[in-house]
Ligand binder design. Structure first.
Ligand SMILES: Nc1ncnc2c1ncn2[C@@H]1O[C@H](COP(=O)(O)OP(=O)(O)OP(=O)(O)O)[C@@H](O)[C@H]1O
Ligand SMILES: [Mg+2]
Length: 228
């Protein structure tokens, strides 16, 4: 099976090499759990390896995302160069619609050979639907359309909780090909970050809850370590 290495330290090992190519996975997590940082680094590592990446932001401005990521990851100092070289592009669609996202993606795949994309977040799109049924149908159609494109996507989904025991199943849990849960766990006087691969269709993967850190030169996933 062809896989797309995320390039995030430790994560590819948990995925037995990476995300199955052409699949569409979700990063599910509460506020500040690291969704944007993960999505960004997935594109950044791809760009460094020569694969063009498209970051579709549904809420924050592209400028804010780039500024925040430069501050979060000061040692990834060539972000501006990768943007100039068109290996990284950040864009906010005019409309909060999956159709606009699909059009954007198709356009950039054709014009710039984009291989990786991030959609941050699907929650913004969901809120524009009157009913869950409508959203689920539209998301399903969107994913069917993506399957005809040569792109591997990561979509962020906002969870209403950072606690593992309070996680509920959302529409994305059933529709997406894979789910990675990000947690900001409460531990006495501090919070610690942890993640788990909740599902990944078509491949075996780690089922451990593992700690991770956001460091100046990227995210580090500490496989084999326990979450205390
Ligand atoms: N340089 C840094 N070093 C360590 N941690 C950082 C650094 N910069 C930011 N962070 C942490 O990362 C968190 C933000 O991560 P990120 O923006 O990826 O989360 P998110 O899940 O996208 O959040 P939101 O739900 O607000 O969109 C911050 O709240 C902060 O705790
Ligand atoms: Mg975010």
């Amino acid at each position: 099976m062809e896989r797309v290495a995320t390039g995030i330290a430790g994560l590819d090992e948990m995925l037995n090499g990476g995300i199955p190519a052409g699949r569409h996975i979700a990063l599910y997590g509460g506020p500040g759990s690291g969704k944007t940082s993960f999505g960004f680094e997935y594109l950044y590592r791809g760009a460094k390896a020569g694969e063009a990446g498209l970051y579709i932001t549904m809420e924050e401005t592209p400028e804010d995302i780039v500024d925040n990521m430069k501050n979060t990851f000061p040692m990834l100092s060539d972000v501006s160069q990768l943007v100039s070289a068109k290996k990284l592009e950040f864009i906010k669609p005019d409309k909060l619609e999956l159709e606009s996202v699909a059009n954007l993606l198709e356009d950039r795949i054709t014009s710039n050979d984009v291989k990786r994309a991030v959609i941050d977040s699907s929650t913004m799109i969901r809120l524009s639907f009157a009913t869950d049924i409508e959203y689920r149908q539209t998301l399903f159609e969107f994913l069917s359309l993506l399957r005809n494109l040569d792109v591997t996507t990561v979509t962020t989904v906002e969870a209403s909780t950072s606690k593992r025991e309070e996680m509920r199943y959302d529409i994305e849990h059933f529709t997406m090909d894979g789910i990675i849960n990000l947690y900001n766990l409460d531990r006495e006087d501090r919070r610690i970050r942890a993640l788990e691969i909740f599902k990944m269709r078509g491949t075996d993967h780690s089922r451990d809850l593992v700690p991770f850190k956001v460091t100046p030169n990227g995210i580090k996933v500490y496989i084999g370590e326990k979450v205390f």
